[in-house]
Design a protein around this ligand. Structure first.
Ligand SMILES: [Zn+2]
Length: 272
């Protein structure tokens, strides 16, 4: 599933499209529209004013105004979604659900074979994002904040890291990587972390995400960047996807176990 670094990479790839207009769109599966706060027709001739990421969502801000609020298209890529743009014509398979042609001849393609993602046509962005937690790469995300959300929580620390109401953008890959870098076992009760561990974990979370962005996201199977190309971060992971391989720090074989229903990788020796 694409996480913060993957979505950030796609958003960065889409930045050149700011200022372009959508001239035509095709929505091939209407059930992929999860919320429609305005008519699809309003997308015709809409100006792309801004493109940004919030959590694991990609937000296109369109110039048309509806009672003072900008229209937005919000994409979520679910498990297997891809959102990319291209300038050359190509064939679309049955997993392509949305195509939008732009005034410079390029077009935007949304493809999602497993269909856990979706499109939201939203006017009330604030309302839509109201329940989301803090952005982990923001300066406000510090060890004090982390301690405040793990305080008196017995759930495994990994589960809390992935709770989008507390912190956004972290999924299975970057949770495993950050916990390894911080030397903390994923199933530790959150409240058992010391102040020093919380500090290490805060730093490790930011570093794991930044490394993911630097290497243009992690591609094991489905993820592609905004130009439909594979990421490189899978070559830089320390634990995720490396079950039964030697730990990069101590050489002991890494453990793979389900924690809170999610496949989890860690080193029994390096993580306390
Ligand atoms: Zn180790």
């Amino acid at each position: 599933m694409p996480e913060l670094p993957e979505i950030e990479t796609i958003v960065n790839d889409f930045k050149p499209l700011i200022g372009r207009r959508l001239i035509r769109k095709e929505i091939l599966r209407n059930d992929m529209i999860k919320i429609a706060e305005y008519e699809q027709d309003k997308l015709n001739d809409a100006l792309i004013e801004d493109i940004y990421r919030r959590g694991k969502f990609l937000v296109f801000v369109l110039g048309e105004q509806l009672s003072g609020q900008a229209l937005t298209i919000i994409f979520h890529l679910g498990m297997s979604g891809r959102l990319y743009w291209q300038s050359e014509e190509s064939e679309f398979d049955r997993h392509v659900h949305f195509i939008a042609w732009l005034d410079n001849g390029c077009y935007i393609v949304y493809r999602d074979p497993r269909r856990f993602g979706g499109i939201r046509l939203v006017t009330d962005r604030e309302g839509f994002f109201a329940s989301l937690g803090m952005e982990p790469l923001s300066p406000e995300f510090d060890s004090e904040y982390l301690r405040s959300i793990i305080d008196k929580r017995r759930a495994p620390i990994k589960n809390l890291l992935m709770d989008q109401h507390l912190i956004v953008g972290i999924g299975n890959i970057y949770a495993d990587e950050a916990l390894f870098a911080a030397g903390i076992k994923p199933h530790r009760p959150a409240e058992s972390l010391t102040a020093t561990e919380a500090e290490h974990l805060t730093k490790a979370i930011k570093e794991a995400l930044l490394s993911g962005i630097e290497h243009r996201g992690t591609t094991f199977r489905d993820y592609r960047d905004g130009e439909n190309k594979m990421g490189e971060n899978q070559k830089h992971l320390h634990v995720y996807g490396r079950r039964n391989q030697p730990c990069v720090k101590c050489g002991q074989l890494l453990i793979y176990k389900k924690i809170g229903g999610r496949g989890t990788h860690y080193c029994d020796n390096c993580q306390a």
